[in-house]
Each structure stands twice: as C-alpha cells, then as structure tokens.
Design a protein around this ligand. Structure first.
Ligand code: ADP
Length: 295
C-alpha cells in the first residue's frame, strides 16, 4: 500500500501544482486521471524521488520514500513521460546497461534478467535492432522492460499510451495488466479508456487537487439515472451547451451525440443512459471549474 499524505508543491514561478494531495493506493492497477496541467507528472516525479514536495509524506508500507530515497529507488520502476534513449544502441545492450545501473552486477544473472524481460515484453526477436528504429509501441514496451528490472514493488508509468495507435495501445495495456497484482502500479493518463479498461481503482485530479478516489464502477453508479443522451444538429450544439450541463460530445457516424448531466430528463428527445467513466470524469472537472469560478 502506498500512502500519500498532504502533499503540496508550489513551483518557483508560483504555480500551485499539488494541493494537499492525500491518497491510499493499494496493490494492483491504479489509474491517476487528469487533464494536461493537473499535476500528474509533478506527483509521479515526487513519488519517483526525482523532486521534492514542499510538505507532506509518502510511505510504501513501512518505507518512508521521502526520507530514504536510496531505499525507495531500489524498489521503484519508473517509465517517465519523456523517455530519452540512445538511438544507435540495440535494445539488448541498452537494457543490459540499465540493469547494471539498477545494481544487477553479476554478468550471468544479468543475462538471465535481460533475456526474461525482452521475452516478457515481446521484444526478443528485435533485441539486436537499434532503438532508433523502434515504433512508438516498441519504445513503450522497452520502457516497461526497463522499469521492471529488479522486481520493483512500486511501478509508475506516466502517460504511456499517448501517441500509440490502437493496436500498440492494446498490446501495451495487456502487458501492463500482466505485470502483477502484488505490486502497486500507478498509471497516469488523460485518456479515460486507459483507466476504464485496466484499473480496479482510480483517482481524478484537477488543478493539483484530488477530486475523487475509489472504484471506477462505484463512481459510475453514483451517477445512475442522471446521464441523458441525445443526437443534436451540429448548429444547435452551442445552444445546448448554454442551456444544459453538457459533459461530452461525440461524433458518431457524422452526427453529434451529447451526454447531459441532470436530475431529471432535460427535455423531450433525451434518453437515459448508463453512466460511463467519461461522464464521471467530465462531471467532476465541470464541478471543480464551476466551484472555482464561484470562489
Ligand atoms: P500534468 O502531468 O497533469 O500535465 P504537471 O505536473 O506537468 O501536470 O504540471 C502541473 C502544473 O505545474 C502545470 O501548470 C505546469 O505548467 C506546472 N509545472 C510543471 N513543472 C514545472 C516546473 N518545473 N516549473 C514550473 N512549473 C511547472
């Protein structure tokens, strides 16, 4: 269990990136969902011991991550958002190098570890290829191989599916799902489907604040009977947005379908639909925006 308590961070430029973030993250896949600029990377980098918060604490079971960074790094696997690689080095050689850095010094052991990870991430057949020739999906799978060196207890992946095509994304998410249920895996993303497909628990963060935490299906249930759908002419969209709480607009077969949040049927022509995680997400962000406008 990862326990985060009252984590706050203000950057030198005055941006308040984290505001009293408190989260309990059990073993398994945890989705951290928020729009660009919400503070996800700031939180991920702080947990990964790469930057300090101004105040607050982080514990992985009994390990104090803030106070004992070397110990934290030994149990941590991190796939950062911007993942620089040497383009001329082969996947195998690069992974071997990372293994040395991670403290897997004995040559024989390292060979075994590197081979197992290349096979697990389905990169064995391309292990001799230069990283510069890898597709986005292959790079991300390599990133997971690198993060898994040394059997980490805490794995952090920051926006891993951005820019992947659907097939690569599926492959990547399946790999992540296999990583195990006896470790904490935090998946930071602005893509709602990543969380719907993969995570048993999640949090939504906006403007540095935790807006909601729990199980996705419970969060969806909490909106039961309040989500209404209608296909509208494109020209009328702005009018609906003015008059109603429009959570999302989707273009389906050239027609615009909107989801509206309302306690009762907003008007004739709307039908009730089962809430999905996008409804939860956009509903919560809207509420925060309305609250901060009122303040
Ligand atoms: P996210 O990962 O959710 O997009 P970030 O943690 O990257 O969010 O950013 C949160 C806020 O902090 C943004 O307003 C961003 O511009 C700002 N920010 C991030 N890193 C820095 C930094 N090193 N210095 C100043 N401001 C930063």
């Amino acid at each position: 269990m990862l326990s985060i308590r009252d984590l706050s961070k203000t950057y030198a430029n005055g941006v308040h990136a984290l505001r009293n973030v408190t989260l309990d993250i059990p073993n398994g896949m945890f989705g951290l969902l928020g729009p660009n600029g919400a503070g996800k990377s700031s939180l991920m980098r702080t947990i990964a011991t790469l930057q300090d918060a101004d105040s607050g604490s982080i514990h992985l079971d009994n390990l104090d991550i803030v106070a004992d960074k070397p110990a934290a790094r030994r149990v941590l696997g991190y796939l950062p958002q911007d993942f620089g690689l040497y383009p001329k080095v082969s996947a195998e050689a690069m992974l071997d190098h990372f293994a040395v850095l991670k403290g897997v010094v004995a040559r024989g052991e390292r060979k075994t570890v590197v081979e197992a990870l290349l096979r697990q991430t389905n990169l064995w057949d391309v292990r001799k290829r230069k990283l510069g020739t890898f597709s986005g999906g292959m790079r991300q799978r390599f990133g997971i191989a690198q993060a898994l060196i040394g059997n980490p207890k805490l794995i952090i992946v920051d926006e891993p599916t951005a820019g992947l095509d659907p097939e690569e994304r599926n492959r990547f998410l399946n790999l992540l799902a296999e990583v195990g249920e006896d470790v904490v895996v935090i998946l930071s993303t602005h893509i709602v489907e990543d969380v719907t497909d993969l995570c048993s628990r999640m949090a939504i963060i906006g403007q540095g604040q935790v807006l909601l935490t729990g199980e996705p299906h419970q969060a969806m249930q909490s909106l039961d009977g309040q989500i209404w759908r209608r296909t509208v002419p494109n020209a009328a969209l702005e009018d609906y947005k003015q008059r109603m709480s429009v959570l999302s607009t989707r273009l389906i077969g050239g027609k615009t379908t909107i989801h509206v949040l309302a306690a009762n049927r907003p008007e004739e022509g709307f039908e009730a639909v089962a809430p999905d995680l996008e409804d939860v997400y956009f509903g919560r962000l809207r509420l925060q925006a309305a609250t901060s406008r009122a303040a």
